[in-house]
Design a binder for this molecule. Sequence first.
Ligand SMILES: [Zn+2]
Length: 656
Amino acid sequence: MEDRWDERDAASYVGPIAQCVYCTRLIGSDPALVLHGGGNSSVKAPFPDITGAEVDAIFVKGSGWDMATIEAPGLTPLRLGRVQELGALDELSDVDMMRELDAARLDPAAPSPSVETLLHAYLPHPAVQHSHADVIVTLTNLDDGDAVVRDLYGDDVVIVPYVMPGFDLAREVRQRWASEGRDDVVGMVLLNHGLFTWGSDSAEAYRRHVQLISRAEAWLDEHAPSPAEVGPAAKSLVMTELAALRRHLSEAAGHPMIVQRHTGDAVQRFVNRDDLSDLATRGPLTPDHVIRTKRAPLIGRDVDEYVADYHRYVDHHRHRARTTVVELDPAPRVVLDPTVGMLTAGRSVKDAQIAADIYHHTIPVLERAEDHLGGYRALPAGDLFDMEYWALEQAKLQRAGKHPELAGQVAVVTGAASGIGRACAAALLDRGACVAGLDRSAGVATTFAGPGWLGVEADVTDDDAQQSALEATVEHFGGVDIAVVAAGVFPTSAAIAALSADEWRSVMAVNVDAVAGLFRALHPLLALSPTGARVVVIGSKNVPAPGRGAAAYSASKAALTQLSRIAALEWAADGIRVNMVHPDAVFDTGLWTDELIAERAARYGLTIDEYRRRNLLGAEVTSADVAAVVAALCGETFRVTTGAQIPIDGGNERVV
Ligand SMILES: [Zn+2]
């Protein structure tokens, strides 16, 4: 294990709490040790009370903080004596434990502390660090895991058989400590779970973590070489196959899901193993993962069979729960298939990515254990059920607010790097959709940041470029539910008599031909949307009220409107709604320069401000106004509206 301790960095973290922050980040930033919110740490130190007195306290990682990015406010201060009193009880439900821990906080604004707080407080050492290291779960998911660990570490560690985290685990450790907790013990291996180390300060606890993990790595390198980093090449997949599978997964979940495809070497090697369906369904590396990945992946593509299995699993174990079981959605979060590779699914792209990160760490552990160490053996399904339906997890789900309106949905927006297209992409991202933005500008890649954005440089008049942009979208998000057609050109003013044939053709090529091509390519994907797809086309006021000097533009937008109306007719049977908006005088886009606005204003004998607001309401129309209507058209409010044309122009006498 890489020792990430850096004297110079460490020197800027002064005092026990700051040093705990530093060491927590060292562990948290190593994905081989913890992933996404796993692991925790603590330090016992005095808390300066407002009266000037010092209170004996323990600072424990708070929930909602990631070890990799924790700051001092992420370590919750608690009254140490009170926490130790709780830890001395013989019985305490986890729900009561969390309530009492919240009440023992010395700062009510601090987050709820880790569910492993009682254990941290019980250990008679000032600093404690805890990870779910890959190598520890490799060694402990074996038939003879405890013997291997004892052989490797001798009496340097206490070994604790698997017990649910929370009060039961704290009590188990307390009972073992009486006979095994000698002064020279430096850590504790929790079978099927992870590693604790401690010390007189966080630096020592971290150093011991490095030493124990490095010993496990050396042992594994000797007994179980890492799998080779090669695998058979990924097979190409027809977009509609993937979109159909996403639809099926979403229907099983009861809501649309983002589905991401992964075809790296390790995945390809793993999904082509003969024993895939046996090895991959034995259970996760540690019960924590069930919340993210479910107990087992779907092997192959029979979603219905997976769902039936899941119901059986819940019914079989329901009696174990200490609270009323609200069954979770039965859809798999990881799919393994020799042709598809690996798919991960989630209500948000972040959830799909977390499932992928966990599974990328799972694959080599399964292979090493199975191929070299006598076989991978996970915990029985009952223990995994206990974690999946833990009262604390169920309560967390009930507390979680509503998902954003477009969560789990995928939008394609053309012309997304600037102007109305960019504003539409922003509005859809705001409402929880993932957005693939197409634009001929290379800047589209970074128009927005974050996992929900995929910027693809593509000229919409190039059918092949458009096709590969859609393929990238489907590989990245699983399908398409929404399309917003915003790419367009607005040529300089020219009377018909002076209009060149080239000009006419180039306007038609972008504003009409490219959209016909896009519709052709999109339709099979839209028809597979689990929610009923929506298309919104950006037309123009010039459709109902054309202007002199804008023949090519007005004619192109009129043709585009007719194309869209026919799409509304033809696609209604597939549940696809197609609507148009007709904006006017949206000046905050790339199309309008200050000089152009001044020239137009002068032509009408108006000031610039009068020209900007020359509509019935006297309102300035912005690209954000257009985007808000577009996003609303994609939402439930317009559930039964298709073929509509909505003006966004401040009111225009020729349109009204
Ligand atoms: Zn843990």
